[in-house]
Design a protein around this ligand. Structure first.
Ligand code: PLP
Length: 403
């Protein structure tokens, strides 16, 4: 009999489909398959030079020891300044915690607050990790479908209908992974009005894509729009997407002192905080004028327009322009029910994604993984030539399907 015993709660969760997709892609490439990947969930730009230089300086000047568990005071001060400058939110450094990526901030916030039976409202399509994080914390994810006719956004009526006495959290992600949909100030105002009627519900905003927006320059934050939510809101962000720093693993959260203190205690008994060198790099990032950002966003926008044009020209596929982030969320209803050359019927978006992989060598992720079907997510965080080639291959493989 084996001594290894995996805890029962691990059976409730599954691997992240993005990581599973990346592993499968690596395996196929090792086997010599020619695969074009539209899986990538990170900027394909290098971390800017000033930020890299700050990390090297941190190493050379001996900033190589444990920091405060919640992060260095200098970094938390820079985060407080960022919140005030960019979001109109005022937080003291003691109300801020630095974490090992935004993902970890969300996991910590849920870990210290969710108890068995607590419900967490997650608008779908959602970032794949939210439901599994809730399950890992013994909570119950309450998935609220946000269909295309509502722009994949949560409506006040749908929110109201989902709230029960057991609701503990609402998670809002704008712009969203995977749809790129972003809430306007008016839409946030309406959601805030619903939340005001339900004081037991806390709000977690995941703002990781806030700077990758193609539309209006304004960047409304629900807590700035309705300051009465501040006492029960946790604002999560990080440097991964804005500064092309995914591997540095720095995220952060701001919120009520009591909750941040609990997250700090959990960190003190788990990670001891984030890497000192990455914190120094993040400090430089937040202090640097992001002069590179307009160019990066313009590049994402031109790739978005290219991919939209190519994919919408393929019979059976349909896609609207995302307001932000670096993904296209493609409706593939027109392919469901079609047959491959081998006579296999495409029953779901997972079948469509598998068909593209096997027949065209193009990797995308089926919408089922994000809680809404039939769609697939295609990343545009890759070169225009890769997008062109992927779309060309998808078009050729769709042309081979029969009714
Ligand atoms: N939130 C969303 C919506 C994301 O898409 C991602 C990464 O893909 C994260 C959070 C995680 O960010 P980080 O790299 O800071 O952990």
């Amino acid at each position: 009999m084996s001594a290894i015993r995996i805890a029962a709660r691990m059976r409730r969760i599954k691997p992240s489909p993005s990581s599973a997709g990346a592993d499968r892609l690596a395996q196929l490439r090792r086997e010599g398959r020619d695969i074009v990947s539209l899986l990538i969930g990170e900027p394909d730009f290098d971390t800017p030079e000033t930020i890299r230089r700050a990390a090297i300086d941190a190493i050379e000047s001996g900033q190589t020891r444990y920091t405060q568990t919640a992060g260095t005071l200098a970094l938390r001060q820079a985060i407080a300044a960022k919140f005030e400058r960019e979001n109109g939110l005022r937080y003291e450094p003691r109300d801020i915690i630095v974490t090992v990526g935004a993902k970890h901030a969300i996991f910590n916030a849920l870990s210290v607050s969710v108890e068995p039976g607590d419900e967490v409202i997650i608008p779908a399509p959602y970032w794949v990790s939210y439901p599994d994080m809730v399950l890992a914390c013994d909570g119950t994810p309450v998935i609220v479908p946000c269909p295309e006719e509502h722009g994949f956004l949560l409506t006040p009526a749908a929110l109201e209908a989902a709230i029960t006495p057991a609701t503990r959290w609402l998670i809002l992600n704008s712009p969203s992974n995977p749809t790129g949909a972003a809430y306007s100030a008016d839409q946030l105002r309406d959601l805030a009005d619903v939340l005001l009627r339900h004081p037991q519900v806390m709000l977690l905003t995941d703002d990781i894509y806030e700077h990758i927006r193609f539309g209006a320059a304004d960047n409304p934050h629900i807590v700035a729009i309705e300051p009465r939510l501040r006492e029960r809101a946790v604002v999560v962000n990080g440097v991964s997407k804005t500064y092309a720093m995914t591997g540095w693993r720095i995220g952060y959260a701001a919120g009520p002192s009591e909750l941040i203190a609990a997250m700090d205690m959990l960190q003190s008994q788990s990670t001891s905080g984030a890497c000192s060198i990455s914190q120094a790099a993040a400090l430089a990032a937040l202090r640097t004028e992001p002069s590179f950002l307009p160019g990066w966003v313009a590049t994402y926008r031109s790739r978005r327009d290219l991919a939209l044009q190519r994919l919408n020209a393929i019979p059976g596929l349909r896609c609207t322009a995302p307001a932000g982030a670096f993904y296209l969320w493609v409706n593939c209803a027109g392919l469901i029910g079609k047959r491959t050359e081998q006579g296999q019927r495409l029953e779901s978006d997972l079948d469509v994604a598998l068909y593209f992989l096997e027949s065209a060598g193009v990797a995308v992720i089926g919408g089922t993984s994000y809680g809404l079907s039939p769609y697939f997510r295609a990343s545009i965080a890759t070169g225009a030539e890769v997008i062109e080639e992927a779309c060309r291959r998808i078009a050729a493989s769709v042309a081979k399907l029969s009714s």
